[in-house]
Design a binder for this molecule. Structure first.
Ligand code: FE2
Ligand code: FE2
Length: 310
């Protein structure tokens, strides 16, 4: 099926899977499974064990983080006035639930390898529980749109620069690409919920801007702390030596500059009239169907191999 997506910028893109209603892109629920090989958990990235641990560290945040996003959107779902946006919100929830399920499996592999992923994930969950208890539902949604902006930027950048992950172990690569593409696909849903349910005025703007500053400070401080703990616990990193950190720093801040080159797009969030689709990268969504087919075939194969093994 081919549908047309007219976004807020008025530009027109074609996507092969998501459906479009009156200019709104409604994400699609895909129940995909990934079985990344456990023996590669400490060294699946083509740039080596330290880069592997950087990506693994990001994965630690997903199950508890995505639970927060789901709760934040659910808290407003009944008040969403627009039926298409309500549909998009439900699709967002199911996509995040799938990401969370697959990353929980992935994170278990880290634990089995003796990495402190479980302990760190519980720490994130505890902090977010505290936030859920003490923050208002607007606070939760403000954090959600800030972190959704991050995931869409990271995912979008990874897809714009496939050399970042191409050449890595295939199942891990596919899982990260799937997640990146769906993050692009649903990047505007929470923001639209925010605008419809909280508003577009100066108060809403201030609230989401403060939310972004808080999310940025907390998220990157914790990513750095956790990354250092993960690399310290990894035998593969120990064997690679301290130069592995330079590889990660170069990827983030040098070339291709996974973080450095995102700064302008990150700053756009502070524009008064910002909307996620003003950064139009919807062409990435077109590759989702092909990737889903590949993932399903790989999963069936891995299951068959598992069955003959036992
Ligand atoms: Fe996600
Ligand atoms: Fe997301």
């Amino acid at each position: 099926m081919t549908t047309t997506t007219a976004d807020h910028t008025g530009s027109t893109e074609h996507s092969s899977d998501s459906t479009e209603h009156g200019g709104m892109l409604i994400p699609e629920h895909r129940d995909l499974h990934f079985l990344p090989p456990r023996e590669r958990i400490e060294d699946w990235h083509k740039l080596g064990p330290h880069m592997t641990q950087f990506m693994n560290t990001l994965s630690i945040f997903f199950p508890p983080g995505e639970r927060l996003f789901i709760d934040a959107v659910r808290a407003f779902r009944d008040e969403i006035p627009d039926p298409d946006l309500r549909k998009a919100a439900s699709a967002f929830i199911s996509q995040e639930a799938m990401h969370s399920r697959e990353h929980a499996e992935y994170n278990r592999l880290m634990d089995e390898a003796g990495l402190p992923a479980g302990r760190l994930e519980r720490l994130v969950a505890k902090n977010l529980e505290w936030f859920k208890k003490h923050g208002s539902r607007k606070d939760l949604l403000a954090e959600t749109i800030a972190l959704e902006h991050f995931t869409a930027l990271m995912g979008g950048f990874m897809l714009d620069h496939p050399e970042i992950i191409e050449g890595s172990q295939e199942d891990y690569r596919r899982m990260w690409e799937w997640h990146a593409m769906e993050e692009v696909e649903h990047k505007a849903v929470c923001f639209d919920v925010w605008e419809k349910c909280v508003g577009r005025g100066p108060r809403a703007y201030l609230h989401r801007s403060v939310g972004m500053l808080r999310a940025t400070a907390l998220f990157w401080t914790n990513v750095t702390r956790f990354y250092l703990q993960m690399t310290a616990a990894s035998d593969a990193c120990r064997r690679e030596g301290w130069r592995g950190h330079l590889t990660v720093l170069n990827t983030l801040l040098g070339r291709p500059g996974l973080l450095r080159r995102q700064v302008p797009a990150w700053l756009e969030f502070f524009q008064y009239s910002f909307h996620p689709w003003q950064q139009d990268n919807s062409h990435h969504i077109r590759k989702l169907e092909e990737l889903a087919e590949e993932a399903e075939a790989a999963y069936r194969q891995a299951q068959a191999a598992d069955a003959t093994h036992h």
